[in-house]
Write a protein that binds this ligand. Structure first.
Ligand SMILES: *[C@@H]1O[C@H](CO)[C@@H](O)[C@H](O)[C@H]1NC(C)=O
Ligand SMILES: *[C@@H]1O[C@H](CO)[C@@H](O)[C@H](O)[C@H]1NC(C)=O
Ligand SMILES: *[C@@H]1O[C@H](CO)[C@@H](O)[C@H](O)[C@H]1NC(C)=O
Ligand SMILES: *[C@@H]1O[C@H](CO)[C@@H](O)[C@H](O)[C@H]1NC(C)=O
Length: 434
């Protein structure tokens, strides 16, 4: 059942809050006090059943504005069904789990200047609670409804949260969730009193799956022009992709999702790569945080019931969203780019939801700015004088290609990913101006 910490939360939302009073008995060596989130807990999505989204919040380390004005980033992992603790303890959180299961500070943390909120979404994922499997969302509208409840639940925990600009960020299959929650907020806000609105300021999608029908048709080209397959293999891949696109067009959703898995498997078989997430890696990404999160002491420190088993990704959630996977949310991005701001960023080495696959759908966007965007220069993006990648922007849309990175980009390029998110939010440096 949902365990809320309503009795303690309000005392602990400030930088100087004393963790010792918050977690009286957990000054355990595994989880040093300074590594504890500012706050964790559960945000109900359905108070009558007890289904709730687990959150871990880290206040900004060195904010440059009063906290009540300091931007708040929300991070959502993909999957479907993968826990945002991947982002937290492996990619962009302030403390990452090392291979010996110790926590080490992350110099590229995304909470240097901003508050950072990790949500295990949808329910049934990570430490979140699905009271029944039937309650797990099966489409993006239901995902967005739950997220809206969780976000408003979070911002009402403390009055100083109300006006903070909210940027919703995430990766991979969150390329569906982020447009969905953004779109939901834009449609919902006008119907709500000002005090209950969500102060959405932008969405940032990393290596995202957003418009599958366009994206899945790019794999053959990506691997062929990277020199990973020959022309005959390219034709085989194109055939499989065409069949997949046909299934999508027929709205044969479940078979389309299966057909996509087959294309991915073909890519893996043909290239022999350790991971399609990064064609330069000799081994898949090596994560140790799932072991760490299953230690009773760690669960206790995070305010999670010790009987919960942590899984990196939930098969039950993946199954619930199986028919959703190949559905497009491009039209939602088309609204967001007009009414808010959108960042699309990818690691240059990602072959799954990488640069080619993103550019393919972006250019099909129905948006009055698209031609100007397409004509805009792709400038060399530098961080501290060094090549960090490439940047293109016009109006509400920014596209960033990050060098030296794969799919789990903040893990590969912590400092550059931090520079990217900070400068995009604050519209600084190369991210400023038109
Ligand atoms: C869905 O696709 C499968 C092939 O993958 C096909 O056998 C089936 O007839 C299709 N169903 C519909 C309703 O088109
Ligand atoms: C297509 O989907 C149906 C159920 O929707 C399933 O029974 C069938 O095995 C699938 N076929 C393929 C080729 O995936
Ligand atoms: C990939 O290779 C495995 C092992 O050889 C094989 O069982 C599988 O059928 C192959 N998958 C595809 C889609 O070709
Ligand atoms: C933890 O979960 C178990 C099993 O679901 C339950 O019996 C117990 O009451 C829970 N403990 C707390 C403190 O919520």
């Amino acid at each position: 059942m949902a365990r809320t910490k309503s009795t303690t939360t309000s005392t602990c939302f400030f930088l100087l809050c004393l963790y010792s009073s918050f977690y009286p008995s957990t000054s355990a060596p595994l989880f040093p006090r300074e590594a504890l989130p500012t706050n964790t807990g559960y945000l109900p999505v359905n108070p009558t059943t007890g289904s709730a989204i687990f959150y871990a919040f880290y206040e900004a380390q060195a904010p440059t504005s009063p906290l009540s004005k300091t931007p708040l980033l929300i991070w959502l992992q993909g999957g479907p069904g993968c826990s945002s603790m991947t982002g937290n303890f492996f990619e962009l959180g302030p403390w990452r789990v090392a291979h010996d299961l110790s926590l080490e500070p992350n110099p590229g943390s995304w909470n240097r200047l901003f508050g950072l909120l990790f949500l295990d979404n949808p329910i049934g994922t990570g430490f979140s609670i699905a009271a029944t499997p039937q309650e797990i969302p099966r489409d993006q509208h239901s995902v967005a409804k739950h997220l809206f409840a969780a976000i408003t639940g979070f911002t009402s925990l403390h009055p100083s949260f109300k006006d903070r600009p909210i940027y919703i960020t995430g990766e991979s299959y969150a390329g569906k969730y982020l447009p969905a929650i953004g779109y939901y907020i834009l449609n919902k806000n006008p119907k709500l009193p000002v005090s209950r609105r969500v102060n959405l300021a932008g969405v940032a999608i990393g290596d995202g799956l957003t418009d599958p029908i366009t994206q899945v048709a790019t794999h053959a080209d990506s691997v062929y022009y990277s020199g990973l397959v020959n022309e005959r293999q390219k034709l085989d891949l194109e055939k499989a992709q065409r069949e997949l696109v046909e299934l999508i067009k027929m709205k044969n959703w479940s078979n389309a999702t299966n057909a996509r898995a087959k294309v991915i498997e073909m890519l893996g078989n043909m290239t022999g790569l350790a991971t399609l997430y990064d064609f330069t890696k000799k081994k898949p990404y090596q994560t140790s945080y799932p072991t760490f999160l299953n230690i009773a002491e760690v669960k206790k420190a995070l305010g999670v019931n010790e009987s919960m088993v942590f899984e990196e990704c939930s098969d039950i959630v993946a199954e619930a969203l199986h028919e959703d996977v190949m559905k497009s949310v491009k039209y939602m991005v088309e609204l967001l780019v007009k009414k808010s701001k959108v960042l699309l960023y990818q690691g240059l080495y990602d072959l799954k939801d990488g640069v080619v696959s993103t550019e393919a759908w972006v250019k099909t966007m129905e948006w009055e700015g698209i031609e100007k965007f397409m004509m805009a220069d792709r400038v060399i993006w530098r961080v501290k004088g060094e090549l960090a990648g490439y940047l293109q922007k016009w109006g509400g849309l920014t596209h960033v290609v990050v060098s030296g990175a794969g799919h789990l980009l903040p893990a590969d390029q912590p400092l550059n990913s931090q520079a990217m998110i900070e400068d995009w939010v604050l519209e600084k440096g190369q991210f400023g101006g038109k």
